[in-house]
Design a binder for this molecule. Structure first.
Ligand code: AMP
Ligand code: GLY
Length: 423
């Protein structure tokens, strides 16, 4: 099969790394890809929202399956675009159709879905600009901290957690009236704050059946001890040691099953990954968000643990026979350390030469914001590389990952040295 992966991050390098070994993969393409995907696949210079460009590439390279990494093209209806085009409609797309991708594209839609299907989540109300006063009044009924969410996609920056009521009101006004997050904050969801520990649950579905993938925990803050600004993700650990069998069965019964049943009841066509963000409050899982894709960097820790051929799984999704797949998971822990550019997540410089990564021999190096220039590899983004190592437990895996990370350098390199500190 000829396969095209859409995206350019560590997540997409991890997909490519896994798929390229499959006997079911004939030719592998990544668009736009990075310096890592270039070593194992053919990169195609294309933006992920350039649907016409994607169509041209798909026809030119006789692509038979499209795997969509990021949420944007899904929320914009890429899967529907394929289904509507006579020349593309028989190509399998891994990723939900637009109506289902709204679970990530609109926080309000996700909350309505959760309530309708009685899936545990925080209480909420949503507001448009003409309802600013009602928004203030709702804030008065809550106790701090206050959680304000832009309804639409805001590149992971649309959630504010604020302790002071007056500041929360000011931010609500900024979002609704001053378009703080552009069109994304033309509607704002205000929700009850959930106090607990976070965990990500990844589910694959063919629309009828599902498989739960290994759990993972992401470290979102830039600073040690989970301090400082939010980032795209500074590291990941899989499995999550506190995810006991009891907790996992609660997640499956109360969250995964009603989610899959809800998609069917509401006729939301879904073939792909569902990333369910959870907060565990006093042992009880609650949903904080749905994403319609895999997480990054969680993918770089989760995929290396999946021993089953990923292409076999994707083909089963295409044929709606996911129930026939026997998912084999490596019981070892995998931990991923993300190397970032100095200054990230604020402004940072690019073009710094990356050295030493070819000497890493006991970990997998996934490239992200990195590109090849001649025979050099230089930084081209905030998150530069993700290094994944295995161990009998997460501490040993981390020890191994950090040992390998120390071999890599570029000017301004930064990474968290305390991953797993809270486990
Ligand atoms: P989201 O973009 O929805 O993933 O939210 C970003 C982060 O905000 C989450 O990873 C949580 O850490 C936090 N968060 C979101 N909703 C809540 C909530 N209701 N209570 C507490 N923290 C939350
Ligand atoms: N690591 C969080 C995300 O992919 O959204």
């Amino acid at each position: 099969m000829n396969i095209l992966i859409l995206g350019s991050g560590g997540r997409e390098h991890a997909f490519a790394w896994k798929i390229v070994d499959s006997p079911l993969c004939s030719n592998l393409f990544v668009a736009p890809g990075n310096s890592g995907t270039a070593t194992i696949a053919t990169n195609i210079e294309l933006a992920v929202n350039d649907f016409q460009g994607i169509k041209k590439a798909v026809l030119k390279f006789k692509i038979e399956m499209l795997i969509v990494g990021p949420e944007d093209p899904l929320v914009n209806g890429l899967h529907d675009f394929f289904l509507k085009d006579p020349r593309l409609k028989n190509i399998s797309v891994i990723g939900p159709q637009k109506a289902a991708a709204k679970l990530e594209g609109s926080k309000e839609f996700a909350k309505e879905f959760l309530f309708k299907h009685q899936i545990p989540t925080a209480a909420y109300q949503s507001f448009v600009p003409s309802e600013l006063e009602q928004g203030y009044a709702f804030l008065e009924t809550l106790s701090p901290p206050y959680v304000l969410k832009a309804d639409g996609l805001a590149a992971g920056k649309g959630v504010l957690i604020i302790n002071d009521i007056n500041q929360a009101k000011a931010e609500l006004k900024e979002m609704l009236i001053a378009s703080k997050f552009g069109a994304a904050s033309a509607k704002v969801v205000i929700e009850e704050f959930l106090d607990g520990i976070e965990l990500s649950c990844f589910v694959l579905t063919d629309g009828l059946h599902y498989k739960i993938l290994p759990t993972a925990k992401d470290y979102k803050r830039i600073g040690e001890g989970d301090t400082g600004l939010n980032t795209g993700g500074m590291g990941a650990i899989s499995p999550v040691p506190f995810a006991t069998d009891l907790l996992l069965s609660k997640i499956e019964e109360r969250i995964v099953k009603p989610t899959i049943a809800g998609l069917q009841k509401d006729k939301l066509p879904y073939k792909g990954f569902i990333f369910i963000g959870l907060i565990i409050v006093k042992g009880e899982p609650m949903v904080i968000e749905y994403n319609v894709r895999m997480g990054d960097p969680e993918t770089e820790a989760v995929l290396p643990r999946i021993e089953t051929d990923l292409m076999e799984i994707f083909i089963a999704i295409k044929d709606q026979k996911l129930n026939q797949i026997d998912l084999q998971i490596n019981p070892k822990s995998a931990t991923t350390v993300v190397l970032v550019s100095g200054g990230y997540p604020k402004a940072y410089e690019k073009g710094k030469e990356i050295t030493g990564f070819k000497t890493v021999d006991n970990a997998v190096v996934f490239h992200a914001g990195a590109k090849a220039i001649g025979d050099k590899v230089v930084t081209s983004g905030g998150r530069v590389m993700a290094i994944t190592a295995f161990g009998q437990n997460h501490s040993l895996a981390l020890e191994q990952a950090y040992k390998e990370v120390s071999k890599i350098s570029f000017e301004g390199i930064n990474y968290r040295t305390d991953l797993g500190f809270d486990l």
